[in-house]
Design a protein around this ligand. Structure first.
Ligand code: UGA
Length: 452
């Protein structure tokens, strides 16, 4: 919404949320303390806030003023009830539709921006339809058209992705509404990048895009395990296959596994849909992408334990990176969380560093407070490491889990001197120079590196 406001100064954009604390943060004086860390976002907000971009808790009032409403609420995987563990919970989408039905005035274009299962537009349509006013008073007459326009931005590069997207997708059947939404994007995006489809194709494309992307990561991670057995190197294999234009070079970085709020949720959703329609083999096919991801995380924690003589008791391990990827403070479904939990269960003493993730976030995700004693940290406990330079002292092993820039050019010679011997580096992102690491006297394991 901030990027729309930035490109369309004559459009008034109001972002509403029930959560007062969140909205207060978006309105806060310190632009470095916005609720989301996203490179470039604070500058856009600084340019547009209180000019044509507003953050408010006055949901009903904003709805009644709006010509177009983007439903952008979360749709997490259901934890209980029908479809638990797979289906998306659409309660917030439904609640939004009910509010829109109640408070909107005149004609309103409702855009599904949240990632939703196919046929959600039908649910929204049913709710809105049941409120379609038959009032004689023309002023109060309500009508709606529903569009699907899923979002394809990735965290960490969101502003760049929005400024210059590969495509914008608009699904719907009302030509006039499609044109209105398309015209907004045409302010900064070429028309041939704006794809128009029917509403169900648009909804399904979002789930399919994420499933294909996640599938690539599981594919390359599966090959990384084979590389380690055979002497091949996964980055070389990725380069060799990625040079084939049909395969493409992007999204072939081996890793501890994909995280984030989207991939797993969307594949589970796809699996649920397939089973719902009786397509069991298709469902099983996609579910393997998640199984492989879970297996890969476990494989890494087990390997760390084995390399450290089969026991982490009394071992001090430094974790570099907790967010699910670099340039974000988002830790939802981060592989780091799963690997850290495994290490703690095996009695390791962990030091955790991340440039953007806070101690509180880690505490909440592990459901475990940090150890009080830095010097004599308990087994199976952890402390938050504020300053990277102070983190290396007397640790037995370092595990790189997120590819933050600050971990790319570390002085391994110096680090080696402050570690306890025999010392180890486990690089799950292949960002350290393995020759430098080995030359410094640290044992090296890199994902997908044969002859480890
Ligand atoms: C993903 C998609 O890339 C976006 O197109 C989509 O809009 C978004 O989900 C969404 O549905 O909201 P995001 O989860 O923000 O975006 O980040 P990605 O860059 O896709 O990374 C996801 C995970 O895959 C991260 O844990 C990342 O480290 C991992 N990854 C990515 C790899 O392990 N290897 C790669 O080569 C690329």
């Amino acid at each position: 919404m901030a990027v729309i406001a930035d490109n369309c100064p004559e459009i008034e954009v109001i972002v509403v949320d029930n959560n007062e604390e969140r909205i207060a943060e978006w309105n806060g004086p310190n632009l470095d303390k916005l609720p989301i860390y996203e490179p470039g976002l604070n500058e856009v907000v600084a340019r547009r806030r209180n000019k044509n971009l507003f953050f408010s808790t006055k949901v009903d009032e904003a709805i009644s003023k709006a010509d177009m409403i983007f439903i952008s609420v979360n749709t997490p995987t259901k934890k209980s009830g029908l479809g638990a563990g797979y289906a998306s919970d659409l309660k917030w989408v439904e609640a939004s539709a009910r509010k829109i039905a109640k408070f909107s005035k005149g004609h309103t274009i409702v855009v599904e921006k949240s990632t939703v299962p196919v046929k959600t537009a039908e649910l929204i349509g049913n709710i809105l339809g049941s409120y379609n006013s038959d009032s004689k008073d023309n002023l109060n007459k309500k009508s709606f058209s529903i569009l699907s326009s899923p979002e394809f931005l990735a965290e960490g590069t969101a502003i760049k992705d929005l400024e210059n997207p590969d495509r914008v997708l608009i699904g719907g059947d009302d030509a006039e509404s499609i044109e209105q939404l398309s015209l907004i994007y045409q302010r900064w995006i070429k028309k041939d990048k704006i794809l128009l489809t029917n509403i169900w194709s648009s909804e399904l494309s979002k789930l399919t895009a994420n499933a294909f992307l996640a599938q690539r990561i599981s594919s390359i991670n599966s090959i990384s395990a084979l590389c380690e057995m055979t002497g091949a190197e996964v980055d070389e294999v990725a380069l060799a296959i990625g040079s084939d234009k049909r395969i493409g070079e992007k999204f072939l970085d081996a890793s501890p596994g994909f995280g984030g709020s989207c991939f797993q949720k969307d594949i589970l959703n796809l699996v649920y849909l397939c089973r719902h329609f009786g397509l069991f083999t298709v469902a099983d096919y996609w579910e393997q992408v998640i199984f492989l991801n879970d297996w890969n995380r476990k494989r890494i924690s087990t390997l760390i334990i084995n390399k450290l003589f089969g026991s982490l008791s009394l071992k001090r391990i430094l974790i570099l990176g907790y967010s699910f990827k670099s340039n974000t403070n988002d830790i939802r479904e981060s592989s780091a969380k799963y690997i850290v939990k495994d290490l703690l269960e095996n009695n390791a003493k962990l030091f955790i560093h991340d440039p953007q993730v806070s101690k509180k976030q880690i505490e909440e995700s592990l459901n475990q407070e940090e150890s009080k004693e830095l010097s004599d940290i308990d087994e199976g406990n952890w402390v938050f490491c504020e300053n990277l330079a102070d983190c290396f002292n007397l640790v037995d092993a370092i595990v790189i889990l997120t590819e933050w820039d600050e971990y790319k050019n570390l002085d391994w010679e110096k680090i080696s001197n402050s570690m306890r011997k025999p010392s180890w580096l486990f690089d799950t992102r292949l960002i350290a120079d393995k020759v430098e690491v080995r030359d410094s006297g640290i044992n090296y394991w890199g994902i997908g590196q044969g002859l480890n």
